[in-house]
Design a binder for this molecule. Sequence first.
Ligand SMILES: Nc1ncnc2c1ncn2[C@@H]1O[C@H](COP(=O)(O)OP(=O)(O)OP(=O)(O)O)[C@@H](O)[C@H]1O
Ligand SMILES: [Mg+2]
Length: 262
Amino acid sequence: MSKTNENVLNIKHVSVIFDGFKALTDVDIQVKRHSIHFFIGPNGAGKTTLLDIICAKTKPTSGTVHYYPKGREDIRLTGMKEYKIVNEGVGRKFQVPSVFVELTVFENMVLSLKGHKGVWESIFYKVSKADKEQIMEVLKKVGLQDRIDIQAGSLAHGEKQWLEIAMQLVQKPEIIMLDEPAAGMGKPETFKTGELLKEIKKECTIIVVEHDMDFVKQIADTVTVLHEGKVLMEGNISDVLADRTVQAVYLGRGGERNAEDQ
Ligand SMILES: Nc1ncnc2c1ncn2[C@@H]1O[C@H](COP(=O)(O)OP(=O)(O)OP(=O)(O)O)[C@@H](O)[C@H]1O
Ligand SMILES: [Mg+2]
């Protein structure tokens, strides 16, 4: 039963082997409801693979992922269809941007809200007043309310990332997963993204993969460090920064990065 569970996700004994290569080995992680939980670690550590496991894009060789939606029975995500997981309230932003560049900000939001319909059906779908209000409320949250008629392809890099976050939020998820949301952003945009995520965590749980340690310091509640497919350590950001093994394999080795000054 999930009703009193403070965890929203339980990743249990997950291993993934790609053609003999162990991408993840016996990974155990619990994610707390309404927290910002980071997966960090060197390139190839298995961070993106772990997000792929949660949203069932990749099947684990062994292990399971359970999701505890608010006030409902728990759901085993392992083995489910990807779109069903989205419908159950687990959203995902990929490492590569995935907005429709030819469509406007508003049209992208309509597509996301009506995601179960086809693209064309969604474009010609008559947007109700309630849909419009819902979309505008989310766009306001991410600071894009004045950009609704702009083609997504003309947005600044940071704005595109915020649009992608808004496209997840409009589906009213309980968990959102962001793969390197601050990549390519300067300091002010990165900071703004952090403040935005702090607001969003009041509504849902946020799982983030990032190399930008300033960003991690700004907003992390929990940090899991992955290395060569295994959990190296987990704790709050000060524990992680002080850990000698983490320092040896990741921090100060150039794997992490900080937002550039602009
Ligand atoms: N479909 C696949 N087939 C074979 N190997 C894969 C596949 N997907 C990932 N890998 C390998 O698994 C390892 C983990 O990759 P993953 O993308 O999860 O790393 P990451 O921690 O996200 O790294 P980065 O910080 O560079 O994004 C890498 O060595 C990668 O080459
Ligand atoms: Mg990755």
